[in-house]
Design a protein around this ligand. Structure first.
Ligand code: FE
Length: 213
């Protein structure tokens, strides 16, 4: 089987001026396509008949756990399946977390939960930005809902995805790999995070994830 290249939900220039056309095009046709192409060359994908991306992530996570436990024979230690499949999932979750002319104040159930747990949206937003700035290296900032209805902010290193954790559901994520912001923001990851949150978050997508959590 071959995983299809997932469709971007808008044009390359749709997130201007927060994310430039050049940056989004490179992100999609360079980075994401690279992950999809490499994934499609892995034996686990080539030999499977119709596996879903989510199933590949779980399979990859098990493989990664075996690495950590040291139970794989020499030469078979790899996290490639997990890293590539999770990166494809994470990117599509990120692109769907954004929408042209989005952002502003939260709406719906998400707004209610934020206001129940934090002083204000501004206060919660500051925490998300601080977490994203504090992530050492490459990764993701995930805002999730746990099974007690509490919001949590997860720092995901490298390809880490909340999909493999029990008891938490992702609501939205922001890519904080350098390739996501360096072209437009150079070293200023904090400014990138603030503008993405203020101008691009897709409340409809986020509230849909609240309902499904
Ligand atoms: Fe990325």
């Amino acid at each position: 089987m071959k995983l299809p290249m997932p469709a971007l939900p808008y044009e390359y220039d749709a997130l201007e001026p927060v994310i430039s056309e050049r940056a989004l095009e490179l992100h999609y046709t360079g980075h994401l396509k690279g992950y999809v192409d490499k994934l499609n060359r892995l034996p686990a994908v080539v030999s499977s008949d119709k596996k879903k991306l989510e199933e590949l992530i779980i399979e990859g996570k098990k493989e990664k756990a075996k690495n950590l436990l040291g139970v794989l024979p020499p030469g078979e230690h790899t996290s490639t399946l997990y890293n590539l499949s999770a990166q494809v999932y994470n990117h599509m979750f990120f692109f769907r977390s954004l929408i042209p002319n989005g952002g502003g104040d939260p709406t719906g159930e998400f707004k209610e939960v934020v206001e129940g747990q934090y002083e204000s949206w501004e206060a919660f937003k500051k925490r998300i930005i601080a977490k994203g700035k504090a992530l050492f290296g490459s990764g993701w900032v995930w805002v999730c809902l746990d099974d007690e209805g509490q919001l949590i902010i997860l720092k995901g290193l490298d390809a880490e995805t909340p999909l493999v954790y029990r008891g938490i559901s992702p609501l939205f994520c922001i890519d904080v790999w350098e390739h996501a912001y360096y072209l437009d923001y150079n070293l200023d990851r904090g400014r990138y995070l603030k503008l993405v949150i203020d101008k691009l978050l897709n409340w409809e997508f986020i509230n849909k994830n609240m309902v499904n959590a």
